[in-house]
Write a protein that binds this ligand. Structure first.
Ligand code: EPU
Length: 454
């Protein structure tokens, strides 16, 4: 069984207290990428032998994905940062609603299930804190590959008739370069009959990591990391030992934590090419960022934070998963900046919480206009989603006085030991039981999220 390695109270019942305005120094270790780990775990279902996956971060989401695999009849063993997944006896084609509803990424098992078993029944993951998040592109692509797909009582039923239950290669154009749809279709195509071409594919590093993992199992995939991916189906895949990439979003979060606290820190391991847009924006904002040997990156904050406009885009554009953290930085900039979210329709809910801490931010549709203020003030605040929680931690590190963050179940889904790592860099923070605090906040929009996690 997989358990995140924190001994702290669980996220829903705890509060993170941060005493701000302490600078950070030293080196921080970046964990494996959450969004690679989750999809590579699904990808391991494609192999009818066991696979070893290393550099797995210790996260609630990874534990939940492990439960989904167990429910499908797969063996999952966890030791330190390594998972061994044995899908020899993959037998169940139905993913349980209770688990899929807690973790959107578990919908990704649909591609491997269909490829291995010729049938898959996966509940619709539903919307979540950041948007409606339909799966129409996944479904359309699977249909193009010959699957019969219908949605009944909230569940996607997919099956392959004829061709001995094997999907057929197809040419698929994605209306939007969706990360999840690209991953689903790439996995499904690895065992299909013939060649599949995915056009307008997502180019995110996690897509490339999944392609590399599949290749390590014997899949034939070309073009991952460009907008056209070609997959030549093979009859079966073999066991492998694979290490996933470092988490570029965790690294970006630490870069911004350093920039906002006027600090100098180093991060490793980091693949700077995965952070091109984030590094460019941080340089525009006045920070000095120096790539060093051995996948290490050094950041020296500038004397002041310079106001910079940002728009989120699919990779290689500025990542939506860094938008909230960058907004926290801009709240203390020397001028006005405009932050535009284009990937998800509801990913600005942290604005109200940052305003609670003294930020000056106005919303106009999917844009936030941030007027830099001289200082933020610690306050009780509530995290509304994973990256919003990171933005509040960043704001708390820079604020005067004490910030109390609740809604930490979001943080625990996606950051491996964030508090411990920040403490090691010199930040002053601690997690305590919720009932021992004297104040708790409701999110600024008074809407508490209970839907599927990001
Ligand atoms: N979309 C559709 N139809 C589809 C699929 C997507 O309209 O069939 C839309 C979505 O509604 C959204 C846009 O396309 O507006 C982008 O969605 P995408 O499919 O690219 O995102 P995802 O695969 O659902 C992954 C990450 C997210 C990350 C996005 C974008 C995982 C498990 N999740 O989601 O990570 O924000 O790509 O880079 O890989 C996070 O880690 O905090 C997080 C939310």
């Amino acid at each position: 069984m997989i358990t995140p390695n924190s001994s702290a109270p669980d996220g829903a019942n705890s509060v993170l207290e941060i005493w701000g305005r302490h600078s950070l120094s030293g080196q921080v270790q970046i964990s494996g990428a959450k969004n690679s780990a989750l999809v590579v775990m699904a990808g391991a279902l494609l192999c009818s032998q066991d696979c070893r996956i290393r550099n797995i971060p210790s996260l609630v989401d990874v534990a939940r994905m492990g439960e989904v695999l167990l429910a499908l009849g797969v063996k999952v063993e966890h030791s330190n940062d390594t998972l061994t997944i044995d899908s020899t006896h993959l037998s169940h084609s139905r993913a349980p609603y209770e688990l899929v509803s807690q973790l959107r990424a578990s919908f990704f098992v649909i591609g491997p299930l269909l490829a291995r078993l010729g049938v898959a029944r996966v509940p619709l993951p539903g919307g979540c804190a950041i948007g409606a998040r339909p799966v129409d592109l996944h479904v359309r692509g699977l249909r193009a590959m010959g699957a019969e797909v219908h949605i009944d009582h909230g569940t996607v039923h997919a099956c392959v008739r004829g061709s001995r239950g094997r999907l057929q290669g197809a040419r698929i154009y994605l209306d939007y370069p969706s990360v999840g749809a690209t991953e689903t279709l790439m996995m499904a195509a690895t065992l299909a009959d013939g060649e599949t071409i995915i056009e307008n594919a997502a180019q995110e590093p996690e897509v490339v990591d999944l392609a590399n993992f599949c290749r390590a199992m014997g899949a034939r995939i070309r073009g991952a990391g460009t907008n056209t991916i070609t997959i030549s189906g093979v009859p079966s895949l073999h066991s492998t030992d694979y290490s996933i990439i470092p988490d570029r979003i965790e690294a970006g979060t630490f870069l911004i934590a350093a920039a906002i606290t006027g600090s100098e820190i180093t991060l490793s391991p980091v693949i700077p090419d995965h952070l091109t847009a984030v590094i460019a924006k941080l340089r525009e904002a006045g920070a000095e960022i120096i790539p060093e040997v051995h996948n290490r990156l050094r950041i020296k904050a500038g004397p002041q934070i310079l106001a910079t406009d940002t728009q989120t885009r699919p990779f290689p554009g500025f990542p939506t998963d860094m938008q909230a953290q960058f907004m926290a930085l801009m709240t203390l900039s020397n001028g006005n900046s405009m932050i535009t979210e284009t990937v998800f329709e509801n990913r600005l809910r942290h604005v109200g919480e940052l305003v609670r801490m003294g930020a000056d931010i106005r919303m106009k549709g999917n844009c936030a206009i941030v007027r830099g203020v001289p200082c933020l003030a610690g306050a009780p605040v509530t995290a509304t989603d994973l990256r919003a929680s990171a933005a509040l931690v960043i704001a708390g590190l820079a604020a005067e006085g004490k910030t109390q963050i609740q809604g930490l179940q979001h943080l625990d889904r996606g950051y491996d030991n964030l508090e411990h790592k920040l403490q090691q860099l010199g930040a002053k923070l601690q997690r305590i039981q919720a009932e021992t605090t004297d104040e708790v906040a409701q999110p600024a929009e008074a809407t508490v999220t209970t839907a599927a996690g990001e």
